[in-house]
Design a protein around this ligand. Structure first.
Ligand SMILES: NC(=O)c1ccc[n+]([C@@H]2O[C@H](COP(=O)([O-])OP(=O)(O)OC[C@H]3O[C@@H](n4cnc5c(N)ncnc54)[C@H](OP(=O)(O)O)[C@@H]3O)[C@@H](O)[C@H]2O)c1
Length: 226
């Protein structure tokens, strides 16, 4: 069992999701609104711990006031926030641990007990689960989320987690916002990092379903072929 997973990312024309210094203000206001509208409809949002460490995101719906009569909206305001964090490195003062939404931190057996305890001690809205030995096992995590009633999940990066999720065959859709910018930089993170595939024949194959201009940006929506 697993949720339906949509990988969503903003990138430059050369595929960078951040500069080499970690700056990641890429898309325009219209795209930020699109992402928050999507967040309001899905059950969970997931990011890797490096995104928490570098960007300190809130991962909530706060860019618009939804029309509550819209039947495609979820019952509650904010989706569950999910962090893959093998060694429980999420800082205790990070914004994903605030009271605005529930947060589930997936750790591995490598996580120091005192770090796990400190996260658990944060209180009612923070949950820590063990999934995997050295690193978070994403298939186990997806199964656990599905069992908790998460039917849809927005994967919001970063580069390393995006690749792992694709490699594990856990991504169903990819939606990208391409901003009219080129950042360059060999060290700048791209849409999918990790090990990468050795040959193009092994690349993850997609089928374009929709494309449109949004403000100054361009949106592409793909289905992942399996
Ligand atoms: N433009 C955008 O839309 C966008 C969106 C999000 C992020 N970003 C940018 O992306 C950058 C961060 O990306 P990143 O690649 O460095 O990190 P990341 O993908 O955010 O986090 C990766 C970390 O997640 C943890 N993890 C746990 N289990 C994992 C697994 N099975 N597979 C992969 N990772 C796992 C690992 O740390 P442990 O080993 O400690 O667990 C890993 O190093 C930031 O600069 C951020 O600004 C951009």
């Amino acid at each position: 069992m697993k949720p339906h997973v949509i990988l969503n990312s903003a990138m430059t024309l050369d595929g960078k999701i951040a500069t080499r210094t970690g700056s990641s203000e890429i898309s325009g206001p219209e795209d930020l609104l699109r992402v928050h509208q999507l967040r309001r409809k899905l059950d969970a949002i997931m990011v890797g711990v490096n995104t928490v460490l570098e960007d300190d995101p809130r991962l909530t719906v706060h860019k618009f006031q939804p029309d509550e009569s819209d039947s495609s909206l979820r019952e509650f305001d904010n989706p569950l926030r999910v962090i893959t964090d093998s060694k429980a490195r999420t800082p205790l003062n990070s914004r994903v641990l605030n009271q605005e939404a529930g947060t589930l931190i997936a750790v591995s057996q490598k996580a120091p007990g005192e770090r796990v305890k400190a996260l658990r001690d944060k209180g009612g809205n923070v949950d820590v689960i063990l999934a995997g030995e050295a690193r978070v096992d994403l298939a186990i995590l997806m199964d656990e989320l599905a069992q908790r009633g998460v039917r849809s999940l927005l994967l919001e990066g970063g580069s390393t987690l995006n690749f792992s999720m694709l490699q594990a065959g856990l991504v169903d859709e990819v939606r990208v916002c391409i901003a009219p910018m080129i950042a360059g930089g060999v060290g700048a993170k791209t849409l999918a990092g990790g090990e990468g595939v050795d040959y193009m024949k092994d690349a993850f194959k997609l089928e374009l379903k929709k494309s449109y201009k949004l403000g100054k940006d361009f949106i592409l929506e793909y289905e992942v072929l399996k």
